[in-house]
Design a protein around this ligand. Sequence first.
Ligand code: NAP
Length: 252
Amino acid sequence: MDERSGDRRVLILGGTREARELAEKLSGESGFEVVSSLAGRVREPVLPVGEVRIGGFGGVDGLRGWLRDNDVDVLIDATHPFAGVISAHAAEAAAALNLPALHVHRPGWRERPGDRWIRVPDVASAVETVGRRGSRIFLTIGRQEAGAFAGLTRPWFLIRSIDPPSAVLPPHHELILARGPFAVDDEVRLLTDRRIDILVTKNSGGELTVAKVLAARACGLPVVMIDRPPLPEGARVAESVAAAWDWLRTLP
Ligand code: NAP
């Protein structure tokens, strides 16, 4: 608790819609002082309301030092479900300082009738799978890991990300720079126009980017669905901003 103002200082590790919604919610409530943290991956990020810091902390030790030096009372990890490193750091640093901590983790997408999912545990397995069975591949896993597919020299790729990937990309590709939300009709048109035969995506969950999965179902296309990394053991999880708010209100 901040002794000067009596407010509880909350650090939100962000980069997601949930993190922005939570920052907005808390900034409108009395009793909380919020700082949001972004990794700095996106050139023009959608900024949350209120105070924002940008850039890594320098590992778990750096995060622990930052939490201590900035008198943080509560840590909320509202990073992307695939941002496993920072989630692990958050859990470890909070435990070391005995801070209440929560992971806001939206539910993953679930396979429904009509879906043709090939579930894989990680990006390396996705590379192996599409290498065997794709010839025109829609790759939508974000810019950081698109380079993992560079060794696939035979198939053609449609690659979509917010900013251009910095890694070397597969030799046959088209790059589209775009940020969700996307409409299902537009996604169906894209799949059809580019004669896509397989979609590769992370199981990010949420509404913002689900249209491609719905479009693949509508077109009867297989989807290589990359499963999420596990959350830190014993992590306290809220699946929504509302659940996170409920937890925050019950803190002593
Ligand atoms: P990561 O692999 O879990 O983290 C790598 C490093 O990036 C961390 O060790 C930390 O550096 C820094 N970092 C990550 N998130 C941070 C944050 N919110 N504030 C300050 N530093 C942060 O994470 P990532 O996959 O690179 O994702 C980075 C950011 O992009 C996250 O905020 C995440 O929400 C967002 N994002 C990720 C994905 C995805 O698919 N991975 C998709 C959409 C958005 P230090 O060790 O130096 O502290």
